[in-house]
Design a binder for this molecule. Structure first.
Ligand code: ADP
Ligand code: MG
Length: 459
């Protein structure tokens, strides 16, 4: 039998055209612009997508709709399959161009009105988009334009200094300018907790409930503060339900995926996991350069490109630290009234650049930080138990030990309760494989590594 050549590309085009008219522009740009038709097979269209996160989200949101449309068009069931296209390391300048184009397409209007609780500096205009944050930034922008519709609730998670507060406040700033009658409340989880406790003490919980259950947009920053606070969680749970039922927008931020928050009630966790969960990852070198240049624009100082590159090469995991380094340099140049040169920068920023010597990081410290994060003890990691709740953190700790220290697999094994070096090798392999299938694991590991290094610097 001759090979039948299947070609459903035209159907795919037709489907995307239909969808474009049925969902908002932001939503379309976010999910369909990065999805490519790659080939057809018998009763199957193969698409390529940039990540498994993307694949999961698109499947959840649009697959039934797409397959139904395909059936209508072709008169037969046509399935969709996805291939995750590995990110090409060399294409970062391409990515930057796309990001820049995206930005051009939908310039965010300048924030003119200032919300009393929000920092007007935290706008979309000043938020540099790179491939590390484009999902989150696009979703945030879409939310600010259509609160309470597409992504409700939305949870943005990522490590320290990666732009969570900037982004959640940008939503508030943008919506505040866009919808003058909307009531927008921004609060950190800590402030929410304190206010709630005070309202009980002062017997004014009615006022408290009124404030939070009658908003159009509720922005709660840093919900990793909530674990262990049982009554506050209960209150937030009821607030959530009231707002959710009324189609009011909620956005939360957290320093890790909620699945990893200890001592959080299951029902509240379940609420946070509804809607869209997006992560912020550390920015690439190019994005760091773009961010610094953006920050410099506001400062009205002359800093040579080679100095910018020096900073971006040395500070890799935290945008806040990039900014701090810049501020320090500018302050110094002001003080001594000198132009900033490479030599000056190198001397002045020495402290920022010295990563703690890798060999100085003890396996004890790694075990402590990882155990604490997962809510188990260091002794558990060294012990015999092999339940998943302990085996997984143990594998993560072994993996990190190999990543950031010079200890051999034999030494690591010995320190983890006298285990064999092959166990360590197996653990590292396992974590590497899991990273490929679970997009939340790599940011978690990066977060832990940062915590370990920061602990080392501060102690
Ligand atoms: P987080 O809340 O995640 O700890 P922040 O939102 O406070 O981080 O960000 C730290 C600093 O870095 C802020 O001054 C913020 O403006 C800046 N920043 C982070 N990401 C970006 C970005 N993509 N573009 C511009 N500035 C950024
Ligand atoms: Mg923050």
């Amino acid at each position: 039998m001759p090979n039948q050549k299947w070609d459903y590309e035209v159907f795919w085009k037709e489907v995307t055209n239909t969808i474009r008219h049925e969902i908002s522009e932001q939503e379309y740009v976010m999910w369909f612009n990065n999805m490519e038709y790659s080939s057809s097979a018998e009763e199957e269209i193969r698409l390529s997508v940039p990540s498994s996160f993307y694949k999961d989200q698109v499947s959840k949101r649009y697959l039934p709709f797409i397959e139904e449309k395909l059936f209508e068009l072709s008169g037969q069931p046509v399935k969709i399959s996805f291939t995750v296209k590995a990110k090409s390391k060399t294409s970062s300048s391409e990515e930057k161009k796309t990001a820049a184009k995206e930005k051009e397409k939908k310039p965010a209007p300048k924030v003119i009105k200032t919300h009393p609780r929000l920092n007007s500096e935290y706008s979309f205009e000043k938020y540099v988009i790179g491939e590390n944050n484009s999902f989150a930034a696009n979703a945030a922008f879409a939310i600010s334009k259509n609160p309470g519709t597409a992504y409700n609730p939305c949870l943005i998670y990522g490590g320290v200094g990666l732009g969570k507060t900037h982004l959640i406040q940008a939503i508030g700033n943008q919506a505040y300018n866009e919808f003058s009658t909307m009531k927008i409340v921004y609060v950190t989880a800590e402030e929410f907790t304190n206010e709630f406790i005070l309202s009980i003490k002062e017997k004014s919980s009615h006022k408290f409930k009124n404030k939070y259950r009658k908003v159009d947009i509720l922005l709660v920053d840093d919900i990793h503060f909530l674990p262990g606070k049982v009554e506050t969680q209960e209150e937030l749970f009821h607030t959530f339900n009231a707002l959710y039922d009324a189609n009011k927008q909620m956005v939360f931020t957290c320093d890790r995926p909620v699945s990893e928050l200890k001592a959080l009630s299951d029902r509240l966790r379940n609420r946070f996991e509804r809607g869209l969960n997006v992560d912020l990852q550390p920015p690439s070198f190019e994005t760091r350069i773009a961010i610094l240049k953006q920050k410099i624009e506001n400062k009205n100082v002359d800093i040579p490109d080679e100095v910018i590159e020096l900073i971006c090469k040395n500070i890799t995991t935290n945008v806040r630290d990039l900014e701090k380094a810049l501020t320090k340099l500018v302050a110094y140049a002001d003080l001594v009234n000198k132009k900033i040169t490479l030599e000056i920068a190198q001397r002045q920023l020495q402290d920022f650049f010295t990563q703690p010597s890798q060999k100085n990081i003890s396996l004890d410290l790694i075990q402590k930080v990882v155990a604490d994060y997962f809510g188990v003890s260091s002794n558990d990691l060294k012990g015999k138990k092999r339940t998943k709740a302990i085996a997984f953190p143990r594998q993560v700790a072994m993996f990190i030990s190999r990543e950031i220290t010079e200890y051999s697999t034999t030494e690591v094994g010995l320190d983890f309760g006298g285990r064999d070096h092959t166990t360590v090798m197996h653990a590292c392999q396992k974590i590497e494989n899991t990273q490929k299938t679970d997009p939340t694991l790599e940011p978690t590991i990066q977060h832990l590594i940062r915590m370990i290094r920061e602990y080392k610097i501060n102690n």
